[in-house]
Design a protein around this ligand. Sequence first.
Ligand code: 5GP
Length: 222
Amino acid sequence: MNAPRRPLVLVGPSGVGKTTIADRLVRMRPDLFALSVSATTRRPRAGERRGHEYVFVSRPVFEQMIADGRLAEWAEVHGEYYGTPAGNLEGLSEDGPVPVLDIDVQGAGQIMKRGTGAFVIFILPPGPAEWIDRLAGRGTESPRAIARRLDTALDELRTAPSFEHFVVNTDLDRTVRRVLAAAAGQPECLKGAPEVAALCSGLEARARSVIRRLKGARKEKT
Ligand code: 5GP
């Protein structure tokens, strides 16, 4: 496979498995890909190391990074800032790995407008059941909080038509193979727009009925 020379952006709604796909790509082909480490104001989760999963910073520090133009893109996701340091996309060597960005849809839009030459792939969930289960999380949140998270994910899903390349994450190995092939210039591995539209409307219908049920749930935990 020819080395891709364009930064690779994985975008898609929360809970679709972007981080797992990015990690797998980098582990399989460290010669081709390196993770782009974002800055964020959210707190580290158990097991996350500073400077590895994220550069964890305070809100004033993040706001200064924005003011200084040190971010290639940034967005507020679930009330926290996330952004890609501009340096992650600069000074790429001729034969070194390209950065893989795992970012939200707002950030991907900014990257596309910036003319970075990035190859952007929208990752879709295979169907509603697994996606909604993942989004519903560990059962520690109230039905209302889960409904809010689903609402946000649906907003993200609705941006799909503004992207060009799609991979449905049915099976991790197959997804990674497709992303690799696509990044190497074989976009026939990717889904076409009509298929994507049909998949999205099925996901949306199911998610909407779950949201209605959650909002109507009488038992509130919070
Ligand atoms: P998490 O907090 O679960 O790691 O990430 C939450 C969301 O933020 C995910 O959709 C992830 O893709 C997105 N995200 C992570 N880093 C960045 C970034 O640098 N920029 C933007 N725009 N989104 C990001």
